[in-house]
Design a binder for this molecule. Structure first.
Ligand code: PLP
Length: 862
């Protein structure tokens, strides 16, 4: 580290350089004991702590036997954590696929690891941070890649009249727990990418350690760059399209090169799977194609197959502002002309990002669309979001029904040790040891003693109130208030009043100000004589989002009102530290997005794990796991096309719920003062929701559903000198060429004893294969209920078997369809490409259907 430590204290360096301290309470305790007051003053940042602590204090600790013993124990514990086999190491290698991935590269434009590293703006980054921490805990061999932003994301404060002010305090990498990645000869690694007109963009690579996970952060602020190039990694989500494109080229292309350097230097196995967290890093696929063309002599198409097989793409938002769409001409400039690489032709690049679906814009290059074309496996981040994504991106898969669009879903989770209050973790550990690690045994939490749990909840609320007052005072002072004007803050908020939290970024769909819809009703809730509520609010608007900033101002102005300011507060500078305080201290976590625009949402999960109850529109994860006993669902008027009426309806429902249900339940006390029914809901939330919302559950899902299959697919492509990739590319070309001629010529059906429920329907299809081999296709009967227009609802499918050709020599397929239900029943036949290396029948977007669907003869079944 930068401070010369007395020899006995050297293990402190080891502890600080691994970000595991950000979620390891015992290590943080040790840091605190170095100098408790300073620890608070430096915002719990151990690097700053050691930079500022008095040398005499260090000398004294160097002779403190108890401190040294704790230090050595913790250093030993860390070494053990970093090397002992964990869950992933227990996964068996299955004979045919070669077992789980040896290494996985994870790309994200932002990471929320700790408030001391402000390299995130919101949910996407927080999720990435939790993903890495859980991967570390489970031993999943991830290498993470990102950018190091010299000014991070902005720090927020307020002007006198409540407008958001932004500051970009520079970070100093030497003052962070990072080391420079160096060649074996000691020279810093340089990653370089080519730009138009012979310019080059260079970056150095910082290495952070997130437990077992190495994290590579590219930083363009190096001497060999010109001024403009040095600024490429200046800010997260700053600047216009050009700047963004350069950042994303550095992240994707430079990121792959950084990984190659890291593996070369350290001997780390090369990643078999590349996971891109949203589309920003999508160029990583182009770089891997380039490598394969240049180094393995593959064609572009063969390389594309090899790359796709080992790529996982996670889409995170149905909101178009959340998706990077560049002017096509900008991409032309950076991947064409003198910047073109002949192994990655411009036309192919442009095709990958083209919006070739009905509402697509031909002038746009869409990073999410490219992400989906470059990945054989795609997922959304909650069940509902998976559905919405299948609808939104279905056009990329041609004539398939929404249900068949190959976009799955893995619901997000949160990292318990990061977000859950220590008091709760201790209580949980006592009642049900190791539930957090194992993800099992949560039912035992139904037996937590009410009194104890309530005391902890009261203490957490009290801590929130105290800290909120401190922050409120600081905010009022920075807004120009004098000492006398802040006296009321001593009484602001109340540790015994029902506390509702609302904290998130401020894009319009999250509707920060829905609660202000009827200010009089809100005022009445806040000032209720017996059952008052208090609301703690936080959130940042993107600096370019004037609308969002106006909402913040509206909120702040209301909260400034003398009659309500002790019951509703806006705390500036929402970050991980404030987030943790809020999700731990609030009784109720409120969320009122415009359904279905919240892809998942994770802050409510953090609240739930702390014993908070959710009060939310049924969107994202809450749509999936709200069960009537773990919180409240705000009725949504989605589908209503008048935004204003919709807001009015949903706001009214929200007020009613708070007044008639939430507050009533919270203040319903037994003779000993305990809210028994409330505590039932809290315990039910912990027991039933706890194991679901864990990031460790999410990681296991990623490993089993995506990483391991992708590793197997990637190996199948690579084996025997990329024989699989060559075969698949050639086959796809042949099938795509023949496909316009493929057709279902005739479908015949026959029910032996007339159609009846429980009977069977024999189906025979005559198919024109246009020169394809019968083994190149799957012919399936699709069947189920139909609506009035004969559209199949929720269809099932069964594969038909090849039979004797018909008299004209055309291919025939036969099979049986079960008639399980009464009512209108229909069936159809579809032909889709089939190959052992395809991950999904819809993968190529090719399908052949008969001109009309069929109804069962005689219409309704009885
Ligand atoms: C958890 C968290 C988020 C994401 O929460 P959402 O519910 O998805 O809005 C954003 N910012 C911070 C600081 C967080 O802790």
């Amino acid at each position: 580290m930068r401070t010369a430590l007395p020899e006995p204290l050297r293990p402190l360096e080891e502890l600080i350089l691994n970000l595991r301290w950000s979620w390891h309470h015992e290590t943080r305790d040790l840091f605190r004991s170095v100098d408790p007051a300073l620890w608070d003053a430096v915002g719990h940042d151990p690097v700053r702590l050691l930079g500022e602590v008095a040398p005499e204090r260090l000398e004294r600790l160097a002779g403190d036997r108890r401190f040294l013993r704790r230090l050595d124990d913790l250093a030993e514990e860390l070494r053990e954590y970093l090397t002992a086999p964990r869950w992933y190491q227990s996964l068996g290698a299955s004979a045919d696929s070669g077992g789980p991935a040896r290494a996985i590269a994870y790309f994200s434009p932002e990471y929320g690891i700790t408030a001391a590293l402000p390299q995130y703006s919101g949910g996407l980054g927080i999720l990435a941070g939790d993903h890495l921490k859980s991967a570390s805990d489970l031993g999943v061999p991830i290498i993470a890649v990102g950018l190091l932003y010299r000014h991070g994301y902005f720090a927020q404060s307020l002007s006198r009249d409540g407008r958001q002010l932004e500051r970009y305090p520079p970070i100093d990498p030497d003052g962070l727990p990072l080391t420079l990645l160096r060649e074996t000869d000691g020279a810093p690694v340089r990653v370089t990418i080519g730009l138009p007109q012979g310019r080059r963009l260079h970056a150095q690579v910082w290495l952070a350690r997130v437990g077992r996970v190495p994290q590579l952060l590219l930083d363009s602020d190096v001497d060999d760059n010109d001024r403009a190039a040095r600024d490429v990694t200046d800010r997260l989500y700053g600047g216009g399209g050009d700047h963004r494109l350069l950042q994303e080229m550095l992240l994707g292309i430079g990121g792959v090169r950084a990984i190659r350097a890291y593996c070369r230097i350290t001997g780390h196995p090369a990643p078999e799977v590349f996971h891109t967290n949203e589309g920003h890093a999508g160029f990583l696929g182009l770089e891997r194609i380039r490598e394969l063309v240049a180094e393995q002599g593959l064609t572009f198409d063969e390389a594309l197959e090899a790359v796709r097989a080992g790529t996982v793409f996670t889409t995170h938002t149905p909101v178009s502002a959340g998706i990077d769409r560049f002017p096509r001409e900008l991409v032309e400039r950076h991947f064409g002309g003198d910047a073109e690489n002949r192994d990655v032709p411009l036309e192919r690049v442009l095709d990958l990002g083209a919006e070739t679906y009905p509402d697509g814009d031909p002038a746009v290059f869409n990073m999410a669309v490219m992400g989906m074309r470059l990945a054989q496996r795609v997922n959304g981040v909650s069940r509902l979001h998976g559905l919405v994504s299948r609808e939104m991106f279905g056009g990329l898969w041609g004539g398939f029904d929404t249900a068949d669009v190959p976009v799955g879903a893995i619901t997000n989770g949160v990292h318990a040790e990061t977000w859950v209050a220590r008091e709760i973790l201790d209580l949980v550990a006592r009642e049900a040891p190791s539930v957090v690690e194992a993800g099992k045994g949560w039912e035992r939490l139904r037996h937590l003693p009410d009194l104890e749990l309530w005391r902890v909840r009261r203490a957490l609320r009290g801590r929130l109130v105290a800290e909120a007052r401190r922050r409120l005072r600081a905010s009022w002072r920075s807004r120009g208030a004098g000492e006398a004007e802040t006296a009321w803050i001593d009484e602001a908020l109340d540790p015994d009043v029902l506390t509702i939290g609302f904290a998130r970024r401020v894009p319009s769909y999250k509707r920060l100000t829905l609660m202000l819809r009827d200010p009089e009703r809100l005022r009445a809730l806040l000032l209720h004589p017996e059952r008052p509520v208090q609301i703690v609010i936080a959130g940042k608007a993107h600096p370019a989002d004037e609308g969002g900033k106006r909402l913040i101002q509206e909120m702040v102005r209301f909260a400034d009102g003398e009659d309500v300011r002790h019951r509703i507060v806006f705390l500036p500078d929402y970050d991980m530290a404030l987030g943790r305080l809020l999700v731990q201290g609030c009784d109720v976590w409120m969320n009122n997005p415009l359904r279905p625009l919240e892809a998942c949402g994770t802050s409510g999960m953090k609240a739930a794990l702390n014993g908070g109850l959710n009060l939310s529109i049924r969107d994202g994860w809450w749509d999936e796991w709200y069960d009537g006993r773990n919180g409240w669902a705000i009725p949504s008027a989605d589908g209503l096309d008048e935004p204003d009426r919709r807001d009015a309806l949903e706001a009214a429902a929200l007020y009613d719920l708070i007044e008639d249900q939430v507050a009533v339940l919270f203040y319903d006390r037994d003779p000993s003062g305990l809210p028994r029914r409330w505590m039932e809901m809290v315990k039910h939330t912990l027991a039933a929701l706890g194991p679901k919302v864990l990031a460790s559950r999410m990681l296991r899902d990623y490993v089993t559903e995506l990483y391991t299959p992708a590793a197997a697919a990637s190996r199948a492509m690579r084996a025997d000198g990329y024989a699989g990739a060559r075969e698949l590319a050639a086959w796809k070309q042949r099938v795509a060429k023949a496909w316009p001629g493929v057709a279902v010529k005739r479908v015949e059906a026959d029910a032996a004893e007339g159609p009846h429920v429980g009977g069977r329907l024999s189906v025979r299809a005559v198919v024109e294969l246009a020169g394809l081999d019968p083994a190149d296709v799957a012919v399936e009967a699709v069947y189920g209920r139909v609506d009035e227009s004969d559209t199949l609802l929720d269809p099932s499918s069964v594969e038909l078997a090849p039979a004797e050709p018909d008299d004209d020599g055309r291919a025939c397929y036969v099979g049986e369809v079960p008639l399980r239900r009464s009512g209108a029943f229909g069936y159809s036949v579809r032909v889709v490409p089939r190959h052992r290396l395809l991950a999904h029948r819809a993968e190529m977007g090719l399908i052949a259907l008969p001109p009309e669907p069929n109804r069962v003869p005689n219409g309704a079944l009885r």
